[in-house]
Design a protein around this ligand. Sequence first.
Ligand code: HEM
Length: 446
Amino acid sequence: ARRPALRALPPGPKGLPLLGNLFQVPSTLLWVKLIEWSKVYGPIYSYTLLWQPIIVLTRLRDASALLDRLSAKTSDRPRLIKLSEHMCRGRQFGVIPRNDLWKRYRRAAHESLNVRAAQNYWRMQEEEARILLDGLINHPEIEAAKHLQRESSSIAWRALFGHMTIPLEGPDPSEPMEEFIHESFRAVVPGSSIVDVFPFLNLLITRSKVLRSESDKFYEKAAAFFTESFSEPQTATALKWFLLAMILYPETAAPARAELERVVGDRPPSFADMDRLPQIEAMVKEVLRWRPPAAAGLAHMATEDIVYEEYLIPKGAILFPLAWSICRDPSVYPNGETFDPSRFIDSAGNVKSPLPRTHEDYLAFGHGRRICVGKSLAINSLSISIAHLLWAFDFQKGVDEHGAEVTPDPMAFLDNGATVYPKPFPVKFVPRISGLADRLKAVLSK
Ligand code: HEM
């Protein structure tokens, strides 16, 4: 009888002895390199950082099979010494291993953020969307990105901590969080810090008084922002991509605007209207599909050996669901590069059911037991903000400091490790509703 073939890691780029592909992995825009490699080595491939194998999944069917259906074996996180152990002391549940503490945190977060519980924030999110419009009308001198960041921070700030709305001007109480977000989003990428590549350095850090005290200071400042840090940057980023899409593909706004005119007319939209606004749902799905804010996805880790097709996924291997590629998997979303919300609408004008294989169309929120716990809150924030923005304004290209019109480049990316956002670009907001400022004042003062 023939012996079964020994299975190996998926193929991938050749690296150096011992060091693996360490010097081929860029420190920014990692996902661009991962896409490039997938074109050479196929839809599922691997590379190594020293002895650590990393397997990249670029097709929906592999991500679903390994991370959703085999979630019991693939929901761990890699050891992130800098971020999880030093910066967060094992308390940031998005990056800790799949231990009992993670289960407790996750259950508690799910209780307050699940689909039903997220409805408790509807009123607050409606109010924040109106404050966003009010700010855009009254403070055109402040760049749009700042308005969007304020709104997203304020929603997270109010939902997670019960604080007051964050003002557009004046002291921003969430400011210390920005530093934490900046540091932590870089450190969440496996291999991004030297101690994660060479774990033996950890001994030196734990023994160094200076480094310990630096990390103590950081921890004390940051501890309040752990969950929040996952929230604001991603939601504001999705809204920035929405504005960019509206400038480059203005015709795609027409069906949603026609629906808003029919359903809400000249009063601001609300969550009570959402069932009758399928074009808004399609728009949110398309923004997150076209430009998934966490373009590389977040790393999972296998807790057992898994035989998958002709490959072996060894225990301890990191699995990267490359959201950018998964969201434009041609077997699910043809013409994936094109921004086209109508792909989610059927011939009767309703939102299409997702293909059985996709289980749903919000693939930008990740997979399995690690799927984004703030997903409902985020979808609600995006839906109500996008509905308000489309209702209130036409979006036109803004001008640069010399008065020349700026056409944003959809391929000009900036990243902070975990999130990929567009290079800043100016937008001109032109009111579509007569007496818009007064209408908003009237609803905001209620
Ligand atoms: C558009 C907005 C958002 C996007 C695109 C997004 C995306 C993601 C992704 C890709 C993951 C990793 C999933 C995986 O490992 O497979 C994640 C995890 C997480 N997200 Fe979000 N997220 C968003 C908004 C939020 C909000 C509003 C909150 C909090 C209220 C939040 C809290 C979290 C937490 C705590 C985790 C870690 C879960 C765990 O490891 O168990 N996110 N998110």
